[in-house]
Design a binder for this molecule. Sequence first.
Ligand code: AMP
Ligand code: GLY
Length: 426
Amino acid sequence: MRVLLLGSGGREHALAWKIVRSPDCSALFVAPGNAGTSSLGTNVSLDLNDFDAVYDLCVKESVDMVIVGPEEPLVKGIVDFLRANDLTGKLVVIGPSKEGARLEGSKAYAKAFMKRNMIPTAAYAEFTADNYADGVQYLKKAALPIVLKADGLAAGKGVIICETLEQAKASFREMLIDSRFGEAGKKVVIERFLDGIELSVFVITDGREYLVLPEAKDYKRIGEGDTGPNTGGMGAVSPVPFADKAFMTLVEEQVIKPTIRGLEQEKIDYTGFVFFGLIKVGDQPFVIEYNCRMGDPETEVVIPRLKNDLLKLLVAASEHKLAEVEAEIDPRSCGTVMAVSGGYPGEIEKGKVITGLETVSDADCFLFHSGTCEKDQKIITNGGRVFCISSFGADISSAVKKSIGEMGKTDFDGMYFRKDIGYEFQ
Ligand code: AMP
Ligand code: GLY
């Protein structure tokens, strides 16, 4: 099979690493990819929002399967576009339809979907500029803290947890009246704050059947001890110790099954990954958000633990044969640590030469590039999150320790990484 993988993050490097291990993979193209994916396949520089260019590449390279990594092209409808244009009728596209991707692309849509399908989630209401005054009244009556969410995609910045009514009113105004998040904030979801511990659960689905992948926990804050601003993710661990069998059974019964049943009953075309952003409150799972793709950096710990041939699983999903396969999971723990550019998640400088990458051990360690590219035969930084190192260990503590040890062999000007990933489980 000739595979085209779309994206350029650590998630895509991990997916590429897995896909080329499949005997069924005869060629891999990654668009646009990074300096890591170029060692596994052919990087092709193109704009993922230029669907015509993606389709032309499929034709030119006789691509059999397209796997869409990030959310933006999914939310913009790339899957429907490729399917509608495919003259052969044989192109397999892994990713939800535009309608399915609304589970991530619109918080209000996701909340209404959960309500209709009786999936546990925080109580909420939605407002636009037209009923702004009603929203202010709603805030006045709400318990604190209260959560405000811009409806649309806002690169992980559209959620504000407000501790006081004044802050809530100011943020609400900024979103709806001052257009702080542009189009994405034209509708706002106000949601009850849930006090608990978060985790991420993933499935591969064809919109009818599903296969549960290993769960993970990511560390979103820049600072140790979960302090400072939110980032795209500074590290992740899998498995998650508090996600025991009893809890995962609740997740399956109360969250996964009703979600997949909802997709089927509502005739939403969905072949791909569902990422359930969950919070455990007491013993109960609640959905905080849906994502219509894999997580980053969660993928960098989930994929190493998946023993199956990923390509075969994706083919099974595309042929509605997921019921015939079973996930085989490595029982060991995996921990990843992300190296980021100085200043991240704020302003960063690119173009710093990275040293020591070739010295990272390959004994149960995996180096996944994120924001990197090649220049003058050197690997240089090309983004906020630069690369991560995932390691296996007998437990989370030893896995993370190993990743941190390997991180110490690498360097670039301004490099920073958290040394406390998985700290609650030490
Ligand atoms: P989201 O973009 O929906 O993933 O939200 C970003 C982060 O905000 C989540 O990872 C949570 O840490 C937090 N969050 C979102 N909704 C809630 C909620 N209802 N209660 C508590 N924390 C929340
Ligand atoms: N790590 C969170 C995400 O991928 O959205």
